[in-house]
Design a protein around this ligand. Structure first.
Ligand code: MN
Length: 394
């Protein structure tokens, strides 16, 4: 059985003001073509289909068109991510044809999409994004679960085990796949990007990879760089397919791909990334204005989407106007003198993936000269999580 694993399409997203819809349509064309030409049996889309809860109409149209095309060649299983509105993405899914599964409801956890090949059954268990606050009551059998990603993913896996147990001997020969949208950590450092939205709850966003032990392949979404959070362990292989497009300059060096997974009689037989051609190269360049304007080695980046950091001591006049002459696809421009505050603790840009609470604590310390108190930190956390909850409900 051959699976195509992808995630984090983020349809409707733009890049520093550039509409990416055409680039997204081109990437999805490639995915459809890979599904067709590689004889894929099932396409798994592990969440963050749309970039936001209310996507632009063009993005909705693009998704419908893509699902219709994919369904011609393969069974399609789509789950909701933390950027999707589960209700909106799941609208109509109970009416969809048999080969198209859009799984966004928590009560569907533990119900597999049942496929089969010459070696027997393949059971695919799709998990929608499991927001701890949104599902800790529903997934807790008698009382609410602890408020953490680990607790809700563990409970979801208990439902998978319970379903497998009801299948008895049949399950012993079945190959199993879980689709999850989560921040899963295992022995390898996970490379995150600036385009992933923070999902910390109570200060913790991660789920230990051991939660998924016993499953043959875990098709992960959420992290935008393709990678495996740990080595294959007792036959369980976990992998992030990554997004098909670069959604931030922190991804400038990413090779974007989808993952083709071959299941043999005993589980995963092969895992192979298949590259997705990008609409335009991307580069992060740093130098004095003069270097950026004249250096010959930068010629190859002239047609790229670029982020430029100008290091002159004083802010040069008409910096943008002059640089755009050479780099017409300049998307982000920063002035950061080399001898400025870098290293002294002030004025250093924070990556957006930094823990907002750490940033706030650093600010309090910087302004008052005192460390943040536990009580202050708790108020910050309450306020931050209230804002996140409000965003989810919109
Ligand atoms: Mn995402």
């Amino acid at each position: 059985m051959r699976l195509l694993h992808t995630s984090d399409w983020h349809l409707g997203r733009s890049l520093h003001g550039v509409d990416l819809l055409e680039a997204q349509a081109a990437a999805l064309d490639q995915i459809v073509e890979i599904a067709r030409s590689s004889d894929v049996d099932a396409v798994l889309v592990s969440g963050d289909v749309f970039d936001r809860a209310i996507p632009p109409v063009e993005a909705v149209r693009l998704l419908e068109d893509t699902m219709c095309r994919l369904a011609q060649y393969a069974t399609v299983v789509v789950t909701s991510g933390n950027h999707d509105s589960a209700i909106r993405l799941g609208y109509g899914s109970r009416l969809f044809p048999a080969g198209l599964h859009v799984v966004t409801a928590v009560d569907a956890v533990g119900v597999p999409v049942e496929l089969a090949d010459e070696y027997g059954a393949v059971l695919i268990y799709p998990f929608p994004y499991l927001d701890p606050d949104g599902c800790r009551v529903q997934l807790g059998d008698d009382e609410p679960l602890e408020r953490s990603h680990q607790a809700v993913c563990t409970a979801a896996m208990r439902r998978v085990s319970a379903d497998l147990a009801t299948r008895g001997l049949f399950a012993a020969s079945a190959r199993t796949v879980v689709m999850a949208h989560a921040f899963v950590v295992g022995g390898f450092p996970v490379q995150t990007s600036e385009s992933e939205r923070d999902i910390r709850v109570g200060g913790v966003d991660s789920v230990p990879s051991g939660v998924f032990d016993g499953i043959d392949y875990v098709a992960l979404g959420h992290v935008h760089g393709a990678q495996e959070p740990r080595a294959a362990h007792d036959g369980t292989r976990l992998r992030y397919s990554g997004s098909p497009l670069r959604y931030s300059f922190s991804e400038a060096e990413h090779e974007k791909s989808v993952t083709i997974v071959d299941l043999g009689p005993d589980g995963v037989a092969a895992v192979e990334p298949v590259a997705i051609t990008q609409p335009r190269p991307m580069a992060r360049l740093t130098g004095t204005l003069d270097e950026l304007l004249t250096s010959r080695s930068l010629r190859r980046h002239e047609a790229s989407w670029v982020q430029l950091t100008v290091t002159d001591a004083g802010r040069p006049e008409q910096m943008r106007e002059r640089l755009v002459q050479r780099f017409p696809h300049l998307l982000e421009l920063r002035h950061q003198p080399v001898d400025s505050a870098i290293g002294s603790g002030t004025g250093v840009a924070q990556p957006s993936a930094a823990d907002p609470l750490e940033v706030a604590a650093g600010f309090v310390e910087h302004v008052t000269g005192f460390s943040i108190t536990d009580a202050e930190l708790a108020s910050f956390r309450d306020a931050h999580e209230a804002v996140l909850a409000a965003q989810r409900e919109s």
